[in-house]
Design a protein around this ligand. Structure first.
Ligand code: 5GP
Ligand code: SF4
Ligand code: MG
Length: 459
């Protein structure tokens, strides 16, 4: 998911609209904006892309100098309007709006505990668990949020808005990205990614720190730690695939990090006898450019993406899914015909994409297809909000390298090593894995994982 918030700007709802639009790649299932004029909330949530959710002029009815917005990520869970965010609810002291990116690992436990104490849940989302914790605490809002943060475990980049305050919090491991900026005269913005700041003309102040809570209100901005000894574990998939290439995470530009992943991939798994290097657009383009540079081979557009095929467009039947890749990607025959092609993809999850692209390149006349993946094999599920699927579906969890190569029909196949990946991203941090989460590759989760977490596959 993607979250975006504005404090103290006359066009807060419009800025939030542009902000979540710039974060559209982080979620296409639903979109929403809630604003406060200091007294009351006005809000709208809808299904689909930001432009679809707000296609009826609803933005005109949202007013205030403070706003938060959200785009929801399509995962295997329920795709319905009740789960759209921001979540807006009343509690004893007034109104609250919540926007959350990430998955909690103890949401089911906390939910059951709250239900035993009489809470009634309207949705299946983790975010409502946070809402109930805040509402039931009995403290004033800052204390209530602190209390809630003390109860939840897992990944959360969280925005909480009251009529008069914007509260921002990041989980103690900093699993999901979150960045703070300034805009206009005394205004603040917060976003999942810096690309949204460029769109709205805001200036980056800094990343929100793991275990940090920021309160922005009429007294200005205050920061405090709600968790001691926070150890950074930024999701490495943000660099590999999820974030937009023009964003900086931890001060590192995502495109440049991907290019370096490509260079490192060449060092680890060179193909020298080849004619061209091509990437799977758009997420692998940067890595393919890096690989080509390191190899001294031409980078070519061997594959073209139809940019009008959204994920929502691909129907959930097997036949339509198979057709989906063909609608989305085409091989450029005149580029690949008779050529020995190095094909770079950013990841293999279920193995469907790579397999289809290899056969597509062969049908277009490629003589050889060598596949190089700019991340390590994904062998473990993610419990922190990225849809890397359940374990049984992860091809690298159940098959050997040679079996995967054979299945996708490549002449050769290699993955980047976890060490090489960390080196290439180049984050300087004294925490384990230099401050990255590598759990889906290594199985070492930075938080506790509960049986309930393992049973619930992706909400
Ligand atoms: P596969 O086809 O092997 O299941 O998935 C790998 C492909 O999906 C890669 O081309 C990659 O760019 C893309 N991908 C990587 N991570 C994700 C993810 O979290 N969600 C979705 N929908 N696609 C992903
Ligand atoms: Fe990211 Fe993988 Fe960690 Fe999930 S398990 S947060 S996808 S690195
Ligand atoms: Mg891809």
């Amino acid at each position: 998911c993607g979250v975006f918030g504005v404090y103290n700007h006359p066009d807060a709802p419009q800025i939030t609209y542009y902000g979540i639009h710039a974060l559209q790649h982080r979620g296409q299932e639903s979109a929403g904006i809630c604003a406060s004029n200091g007294e009351v909330f006005s809000y709208h949530r809808g299904m689909g892309l930001v432009t679809e959710a707000f296609n009826g002029g609803q933005l005109k009815d949202i007013h205030g100098k403070m706003a938060i917005g959200h785009v929801r990520y399509t995962t295997a869970g329920e795709s319905k309007i009740e789960n759209a965010q921001p979540l807006v609810f009343k509690y004893t002291d007034g109104n609250l709006a919540l926007a959350h990116n990430g998955n909690l690992v103890n949401a089911d436990q906390v939910r059951h505990q709250l239900e035993r104490q009489g809470s009634i849940f309207q949705t299946t989302s983790d975010t409502e668990v946070i809402a109930h914790l805040i509402a039931r605490s009995g403290y004033e809002i800052e204390g209530a949020v602190r209390h809630a943060l003390g109860m939840i475990k897992g990944a959360y980049a969280l925005l909480v808005m009251t009529e008069k305050k914007l509260i921002v919090a990041l989980d103690p491991n900093g699993l999901r990205p979150l960045v703070l900026g300034r805009m206009g005269d005394g205004g603040y913005v917060v976003s999942s990614e810096t690309c949204a700041f460029d769109t709205v003309g805001a200036e980056v102040i800094r990343d929100v720190e793991p275990g940090e809570m920021i309160i922005i209100d009429e007294n200005g901005l205050r920061s405090e730690r709600f968790a001691g000894q926070a150890q950074r574990a930024t999701c490495s998939f943000e660099y590999i695939y999820f974030a937009r290439p023009d964003s900086d995470i931890g001060g590192i530009n995502v495109h440049l990090a991907r290019k370096e992943l490509g260079r490192q991939l060449f060092r680890e798994a060179p193909v020298v006898e080849a004619d061209i290097v091509t990437g799977v657009p758009d997420s692998s383009t940067s890595a393919a450019i890096g690989y080509a540079e390191a190899a001294g081979l031409p980078y070519e557009l061997g594959l073209i993406k139809n940019r009008y095929v959204g994920r929502t467009f691909i129907q959930p039947t097997q036949e339509m899914r198979a057709r989906g890749v063909r609608m989305k990607l085409s091989a450029v025959r005149k580029v690949v015909e008779g050529k020995r092609v190095v094909m770079i993809d950013d990841s293999i999850v279920r193995g469907t994409t790579s397999g289809r692209i290899v056969s597509m390149l062969r049908e277009a006349g490629a003589k050889e297809v060598h596949v190089r993946i700019s991340s390590p094999p994904v062998k473990n599920p993610c419990f922190y909000g990225i849809d890397t699927s359940s374990r049984e579906e992860l091809i690298a969890a159940i098959k050997s390298l040679e079996e995967i190569r054979e299945m996708i029909g490549a002449d050769s196949l290699y993955f980047l090593s976890p060490e090489g990946m960390i080196d290439a991203i180049g984050q300087e941090d004294s925490a384990p894995n230099r401050g990255h989460c590598l759990a889906c590759f290594t199985g070492q989760y930075p938080t506790e994982i509960y049986e309930d977490t393992k049973n619930c596959v992706h909400k």
